[in-house]
Ligand binder design. Structure first.
Ligand code: GTP
Length: 598
């Protein structure tokens, strides 16, 4: 145990975590030059394309130092706010963390939020200034920022370049010298912390764990404490570039288990594996069931594809336990599914995977958060509302509660005013303003999550010219004055466009919605009124004027094939359309609310 080092890399997105990890694998000969494809840790296509790490993994390296061989377990952590619980469990499996800061970008929101998680778990922090090869690097200033943040000595901040490899050898020595070996009782009953899992279509779900106490053996009967399910440990091992089967994994070490588990939902990150024969009295602290934060309806464009869509979502759920779904129907869109996601990025990923991996053509409705509603009749009985159209009748409504988050935004001092205005417009409450350095400020806001779902990131990025980073954690549920705003197209209510909006913003948003829809819905042979309403009260109206000319008129007398082409183009366009009463509505209209400020 004394020669094991478990560590993770925490960094803001794009600060070079994967590149540095690759370099560590290369220097320790865990992978050969040839095997070292760029970013081996990001093995999902989508990850590589989006340049983000979605699923965390663990990899084992060996390294000689002062005549002794050390086992170094690098536990990778996902880098996006949507996956923060997974980050927290990966961190809990480590004794040390490399805090990577980009020498040109300095400290960002996720640097700090991940640092706090690491400190909460008593990790040894090794500050690392990365990308020192960049011409735009500002090592002196950024080192000062790190020193201010951690209260360490400037000499403690290592300078490396994941790209050129400079300083990486020294970094390995520092890991061995500074990160403490794991502690744990090899004789105690088995307790292994699950920090990640991966779905393998041939072998079932592989769970990654760290043995906190005891030992896990091949062939052993084990129990997952949170789910209560029992399994036979068909195979255990450690992870190099490939899996290396072992007879057992001992206290302090990191490994994987394969035990015939078919669905990702059975393996919960944060759960404890114990032995059936000699069970631990209690699980390891910190288990939480991850709950979806954002909901949206997903509908097939072609109603006949409903069963295919169900099959595809079920398949996705096999390897993504945080995705939830249940059938729902919409008067406007027909049969589909109400899906729950960890956040907006997660939603985007699922939508893209459905289209790419399953070739599904889907309409995604406006995302919403989940609310608690209480009626006058039963003011103590909580009703969970995951879809605005399920909100009880307003006349009998006592109150509605919505989720709040604690958001941390780091930006340059020049942009503080604009960022504050944005947050206040989004109903934020300023909690703290913290000058990290002379030019960089951290703002802590409490915000309704629903407001962050609506075009918050994009606007934050544009008002700060990209110099703002954002991170959040769920806080609590609070009563708010929310009303349901309905949209009527040609006098037909379109349930998929309903949204719960704060009463003060309802008129403004209703008006903008109508204007946006007017832009998006093509003109047809008759006038189309578009209205926003609260209950029976119309609060805004626009009219799409009738189209008079025949589109093909200008081709008359001309080339017949051109006319046919035009008609075919129209037909293809129609596939992406939805019929609402007599009106054809394009797919983009269902997401109109998200782009009200464009
Ligand atoms: N010049 C220079 N560029 C680097 C260095 N390390 C990483 N990069 C570049 O910075 C970008 C981001 O690097 P990644 O390693 O993908 O960053 P990451 O932190 O893993 O990103 P996420 O997985 O999205 O969190 C890539 O374009 C890298 O080529 C470095 O030391 N020097």
């Amino acid at each position: 145990m004394k020669n094991i080092r478990n560590f993770c890399i925490i960094a803001h997105i794009d600060h070079g975590k994967s590149t540095l990890a690759d370099r560590l694998l290369q220097i320790t000969n865990t992978v050969t030059e040839r095997e070292l494809q760029n970013q081996v840790l990001d093995d999902m296509d989508l990850e590589r394309e989006k340049g983000i790490t979605i699923k965390s993994h663990a990899i084992q390296m060996e390294y000689e130092h002062n005549g002794e061989t050390y086992v170094l377990n690098l536990i990778d952590t996902p880098g996006h706010v949507d996956f923060s619980y997974e980050v927290s469990r990966s961190i809990a499996a480590c004794e040390g963390a490399l805090l990577i800061v980009d020498a040109a970008q300095s400290i960002q929101a996720q640097t700090i939020s991940n640092l706090y998680l690491a400190l909460e778990n008593d990790l040894e922090i090794i500050p690392v200034l990365n990308k020192i090869d960049l011409p735009s690097a500002n090592p002196e200033e950024v080192t000062d920022d790190i020193v201010d943040l951690l209260g360490c000595d400037p000499e403690d901040v290592l300078r490396v370049s994941g790209k050129t490899g400079e300083g990486v050898e020294q970094l390995l020595h520092t890991i061995i010298e500074k990160v403490p070996p794991p502690v744990g009782d090899p004789e105690a009953p088995l307790q292994a912390l699950i920090f990640d899992s991966v779905y393998n279509p041939f072998r079932g779900v592989e769970a990654y764990f760290k043995v906190v106490n005891g030992e896990i053996k091949k062939g052993q009967e084990v129990q997952f404490m949170a789910t209560g399910k029992k399994y036979h440990a068909d195979e255990v091992g450690t992870l190099k570039l490939k899996q290396v089967e072992k007879k057992s994994i001992k206290t302090g070490d990191v490994g994987y288990i394969i035990s015939g588990i078919k669905e990702a939902v059975e393996v919960k990150v944060g759960d404890t594996i114990t032995s059936v024969e000699n069970p631990a009295i209690s699980p390891i602290d910190g288990f939480e069931e991850v709950k979806p934060m954002v909901f949206a309806g997903i509908y097939p464009v072609d109603t006949e594809d409903y069963e295919d869509l169900r099959f595809s979502i079920e398949k996705l759920r096999l390897n993504d336990a945080s995705l939830t779904f249940e059938p729902e129907s919409s008067a406007a869109l027909g049969f589909g599914f109400r899906c729950g996601f960890l956040g907006m990025l997660h939603l985007e990923i699922i939508q893209e995977r459905l289209e790419r991996e399953f070739d599904m053509n889907v309409i995604t409705t406006v995302p919403n958060v989940s609310y608690y509603a209480y009626t006058e009749k039963h003011p103590d009985k909580r009703i969970l509302v995951n879809n605005p159209s399920e909100l009880p009748d307003p006349s009998g409504l006592n109150r509605v509660e919505e989720p709040y988050i604690k958001a941390s935004i780091i930006t340059k001092s020049d942009f503080v005013g604009q960022v504050m205005n944005l947050c206040i417009e989004k109903r934020g409450i300023l909690k703290n303003q913290n000058y990290l350095t002379q030019h960089r400020v951290e703002l802590i806001f409490e915000l309704p999550l629903a407001e962050v779902v609506f075009d918050f990131y994009d606007r934050l990025k544009s008002i700060s010219k990209g110099y703002a980073s954002f991170d959040y954690h769920p806080l609590d549920m609070r009563a708010s004055k929310l009303v349901k705003v309905d949209i009527l197209i040609n006098a037909e209510p379109v349930d998929a466009l309903s949204a719960l909006i704060h009463v003060d913003n309802a008129y403004g948003i209703g008006k903008k919605m109508c204007e946006k829809l007017k832009e998006l819905i093509p003109r047809q042979q008759f006038d189309i009124p578009i209205q926003a309403a609260i209950g029976a009260k119309i609060i805004a109206r626009e009219t799409i004027k009738a189209l008079r000319k025949d589109v093909t008129a200008k081709c008359y007398g001309g080339d017949i094939s051109r006319k046919r082409k035009l008609l075919e183009k129209q037909k293809a366009g129609k596939k992406k359309m939805r019929q609402i009463g007599r009106v054809e509505v394009p797919q983009s209209a269902f997401l109109a609310v998200l782009k009200l400020n464009d």
